[in-house]
Design a protein around this ligand. Structure first.
Ligand code: TYM
Length: 325
């Protein structure tokens, strides 16, 4: 049977090279051989404060980026999470299936709550909503970056527990984390993940950065002093990050690349060039999509209808399993 794929991206801030290499690039590759469903997860975004106008705009922009990367609405379903109410409805059922202790152990919650003055209950129960996203579509495989690994493990545990308690209801999904590009690090602090929510403008390459800006950021990337190009993330995080990025952007492995460079300068220049080559056509298509918000909105309405058809059947099954309705 054709494997079913689901993944989501938050419409918070501008998307980074990490989101592209760890997620988007892989979504596009797989869509012809899978039944893929992709989502702009705006409900996850409101677990921390958002400006309403900005959130609405970023939701549309994120959808445009999916399309610009090559997600084909004729093959894949693309929609906005809040347009399909079953996500919130199933999330509640799963909040009653997951334990307080399990949610307390989520490292993303610990990190994110440390950065908030007001820690919403939604930030705490975030993984239950994420599990709902995935389970609603009978998902087999979830392509994500390494930072989502723990959430995926919890999703599996919750699905298995629900099935055990209430009878077979959900497909138990597996995380699909690539060997290369699943952990793109900050160029200024390569021991920290490149992230749209951390303030490090020089260390973060944005998908919509001008080519000259991308080149400058790579030129200034932090490396080390021993001058040896070797893939060893523990002792050489900066150089290893560059090798990983170059590998992910040219479809090879860091190990295959390390012997080709004697100096950091050419490695930085080639990495920048490879990234620009991947992002420039996406940026051009992005401008086309954002120039026509009416077409974009119409497409998202259609996507929500397709998603709703599947999601409503799964929700009904879960409700029935629980004796609701
Ligand atoms: P988000 O929006 O933070 O990131 C979207 C995707 O990009 C990946 N990613 C990275 N990969 C490699 N290196 C990086 N530096 C990097 N930064 C981001 C993320 O791993 C992710 O795959 N909770 C999710 C969104 C979500 C979701 C879901 C994902 C909600 N429901 C259901 C999958 C399935 C998140 O905040 O991703």
């Amino acid at each position: 049977m054709t494997p079913r794929v689901f993944s989501g991206i938050q419409p918070t801030g501008e998307l980074t090279l990490g989101t592209y290499l760890g997620a988007l690039q892989r979504f596009v590759r797989d869509q012809t051989t899978t039944r893929s469903v992709f989502c702009v997860v705006d409900l996850h975004a409101i677990t921390v404060p958002q400006d309403p106008g900005q959130l609405a705009q970023r939701t549309l922009d994120t959808a445009a980026l999916y399309l610009a990367c090559g997600i084909d609405p004729a093959t894949s379903t693309l929609f906005v999470q809040s347009h399909v109410p079953e996500h919130s409805q199933l999330a509640w059922l799963l909040e009653c299936t997951v334990s307080f202790g399990e949610l307390s152990r989520m490292t993303q919650f610990k990190e994110k709550s440390d950065r908030q003055q007001f820690v919403s209950a939604g930030l705490f129960t975030y993984p239950a909503l994420m599990a709902a996203d995935i389970l609603l579509y009978d998902t087999d495989r979830v392509p994500v970056g390494d930072d989502q690994r723990q959430h995926l493990e919890l999703t599996r545990d919750v699905a298995e527990r629900f099935n055990h308690r209430h009878g077979d209801t959900f497909v138990v999904p597996t995380a699909d984390i690539s060997a290369v590009g699943a952990r793109v690090m900050d160029l200024q602090d390569p021991t920290r993940k490149m992230s749209k929510s951390v303030d490090s403008p020089q260390g973060t390459v944005l998908m919509l950065d001008e080519p000259a800006v991308i080149v400058r950021k790579f030129k200034r990337a932090v490396t080390d002093n021993d001058g040896e190009v070797r893939f060893d993330p523990a002792t050489k995080p900066g150089v290893s990050n560059l090798l990983s990025i170059l590998a992910a952007a040219t479809d090879t492995t860091p190990e295959a690349l390390e012997g080709q460079y004697q100096q950091y300068g050419p490695l930085k220049a080639d990495t920048a060039e490879a990234v620009v080559a991947r992002l420039a056509p996406i940026q051009a298509r992005y401008r086309e999509w954002t120039a026509d918000p009416t077409a974009l909105r119409a497409l998202l309405v259609q996507g929500a209808e397709q998603a709703h058809a599947v999601a409503s059947a799964t929700l009904a099954r879960a409700q029935q399993s629980l004796g609701l309705g």
